[in-house]
Design a protein around this ligand. Structure first.
Ligand SMILES: Nc1ncnc2c1ncn2[C@@H]1O[C@H](COP(=O)(O)OP(=O)(O)OP(=O)(O)O)[C@@H](O)[C@H]1O
Ligand SMILES: [Mg+2]
Length: 367
């Protein structure tokens, strides 16, 4: 995305709390109608960035533009944004209808129009017929949907969501994730969504910014982040990853190679390697990119190993395999397509072959 078609543009923004830098020179462009997530560990600055978008917190330096307008002089209630918080901030003493209509009370709308808008919202969040229920007679998921409806009824151009599903149990959370995504598509509002749950970010987002220590490490689509992480930090934050030390070998031909600790010499097309001959790199390979076999597979890259431990997890099995030249065992994850009972009682110490396809490999800078 280019800055010119960005709906939200965060330009070199930093935030200090006293001498502590909570946000460190962040620049991000978010498109209109995008479901954009901020993902990172606790304390990395997600809420702080969201609060600066909402105007609850000022920027120490840099500028935020929304819909082309600089926001530094614009107070929260004049920004085209609304925020939904982690704990469902709805009023327990008001019924569902009054909770949803709460933000409309300052607008002088005819009663009939207001009721009509509330009905539309109830329909959208699949709670038609619940209008006169008391908020404390609702489940957690239903309350969170009311909180969403209350924000959406004001038709903000941007909805800021700070871990809105954090308080829900796993099953309800997964159901609400699907509903939230469908709802966002339906209303077409830009969502900026905060989570520390990588699976949630992958499921919901068009794009994700991975944050750490107040900085943005990488911005990409879910598949882009998972398949082509740019650094070891991003690669290990999203999913599991095996790392192998390697050295670049170039001989002037179209194929270069990386000589690795453990996986042997892997041919890599020259255009995929920016480093010079002899440069140290890291080769990264996800556990599910390996295949296991009892004998050496034909025509593919393979290395022999010994099984250390195996765990049967139902839909898949996990294996830790020792290979020569690498201290830590390699993590391998295979789907249990057949019943896999033979795998379930794999013996520790058993010899087996690991194979992989060259295009599964990610080459990272050493850090
Ligand atoms: N008002 C404040 N005064 C001082 N420090 C603050 C303030 N607000 C946040 N911080 C600090 O800034 C850092 C970022 O906080 P923030 O709340 O943005 O993290 P977060 O990524 O949302 O974390 P979590 O996932 O735990 O909600 C933290 O180290 C926090 O202690
Ligand atoms: Mg937070």
């Amino acid at each position: 995305m280019t800055t010119s078609d960005a709906f939200i543009s965060i330009r070199s923004v930093s935030k200090f709390f006293g001498g502590f830098r909570a946000i460190d020179d962040v620049s991000l462009d978010i498109g209109q109608g995008e479901f954009f997530s901020l993902l990172g560990a606790s304390g990395c600055g997600k809420t702080t960035l969201l609060r600066m978008l909402a105007g609850f917190e000022s920027t120490s330096s840099g500028e935020i533009f929304i819909d082309g307008q600089p926001m530094s002089e614009v107070p929260p209630h004049r920004r085209p944004v609304n925020m939904v918080f982690q704990s469902y901030a709805i009023f327990p003493h008001l019924n569902v209808q009054d909770n949803i209509a709460y933000g409309l009370r300052k607008q002088k709308l005819p009663v009939a129009r207001r009721l009509e808008m509330v009905e539309e919202m109830l329909d959208l969040i699949k709670l038609s017929g619940y209008g006169s229920r008391k908020a404390n007679e609702l489940s957690g998921g239903q309350r969170q949907r009311i909180a969403l409806a209350r924000a959406l009824i004001l038709r903000p151009k941007v909805l800021l969501l700070d871990e809105p599903l954090g308080a829900l149990d796993k099953q309800l959370r997964e159901q609400m994730q699907l509903e939230l995504r469908a709802l966002q598509r339906q209303v077409g509002i830009t969502f900026v969504f905060v989570t520390h749950d990588q699976e949630e970010a992958l499921t919901l987002s068009d794009r994700i910014a991975v944050m750490s220590g107040g900085r943005v490490l990488q911005v990409d689509t879910p598949a882009g982040l998972y398949e082509m992480p740019k650094t070891r930090e991003v690669a290990s934050f999203i999913g599991n990853m095996n790392f192998f030390r390697g050295t670049v070998r170039r001989n002037g031909s179209a194929m270069a190679a990386v000589e690795t600790e453990g996986l042997g010499t892997i041919p890599i097309p020259v255009e995929q390697i920016t480093k010079p001959d002899g440069a140290p790199v890291q080769v990264a390979l996800r556990p599910e990119k390996f295949a296991l076999s009892a004998t050496r597979p034909d025509g593919t890259l393979a290395v022999e190993g010994r099984l250390r431990t195996a765990a049967y997890l139902g839909e898949r099995s996990h294996f830790y395999v020792s290979i020569e030249g690498k201290a830590e065992p390699v993590a391998v994850s295979t789907p249990n397509i057949s019943r896999g009972l033979d795998r379930a009682d794999s013996q520790s110490g058993q010899a087996l072959w690991l194979s992989w396809s060259p295009d599964a490999i990610v080459i990272l800078d050493t850090d």
